[in-house]
Ligand binder design. Sequence first.
Ligand code: CP
Ligand code: NVA
Length: 302
Amino acid sequence: MKKDLLSLYDLDRADFDTVFEKARELKRIQREGKTYTPLMGKTLGMIFDKSSTRTRISFEVGIYQLGGMALFLSNRDTQLGRGEDLSDTARIMSRYLDAVVIRTYSQKFVEEFARYATIPVINGLTDLQHPCQILSDLFTIIEQRGSYEMIKVAYIGDGNNVANSWVDAAARLPFQLVFACPEGHEPDADILSRGMKEAKGGIRVYRDPREAAQSADVIYTDVWTSMGQEGQREERKKVFAGYQVNEKLLARARADVIVMHCLPAHRGEEITDDVIDGPHSVVLDQAENRLHVQKAIMSILI
Ligand code: CP
Ligand code: NVA
């Protein structure tokens, strides 16, 4: 695996499988109540410019469980927030830390940071990508279905960071990925065209959520208004009104469909209460698996 985890496009199939295998092992160790501390004495820096519940907690708890410690560095409290040069920051932090996870707006920032850093840099979400999320989601799919091979994932809603990372995963692994997005809200054009050329199981974009959901093994959704887009919320609610994951849409999918959402959810918007709390939903396992997969990522990269 490369030094950094910035986008799933940088991984090959063997890298994905290595992460899933390690996550399975770490989850088992955790379940058995055993201690496993290969990262004793290691420190993870966590630069967060955006809010987070799952990503922050799973990385922070994850490194403690592996024997290391975390340093939470909000932009407000470091000199980076006062304009210290990115290359200086990356090089200096590399002298103290053993890895860094960054959650911010610009993908370029994370890439630039990784260019100067001599330690692994992990993308904890940008406006463009959310690679750790989709790695963990694929792990959940393997747990639920035995494999990601040949399954059909239907992503309903906004072609955002989470959707883009799904496209990158489909460029590398043999599963079928379909989207239902309103016009102008498809995944990033460059990522999508690259993904469509390289996808092993195919990628299609529909307008009609019912077409996308047809015989799906997985129905996936995310918020209509991502962090940083709060000013567009009312407008987006109108644009995405027909893209709700509800019982009626679920009826189109396979009888044993699983429903996934990276969370946080806006209940009553992109997903109804009865679906997110219903028998097909795996959102809690999905959230828990962030911990096991993040621990796998750290133990592989550090
Ligand atoms: N899914 C996810 O990344 O959640 P947080 O924003 O709470 O980290
Ligand atoms: N698309 C969402 C994902 C949150 C985990 C956002 O960027 O806000």
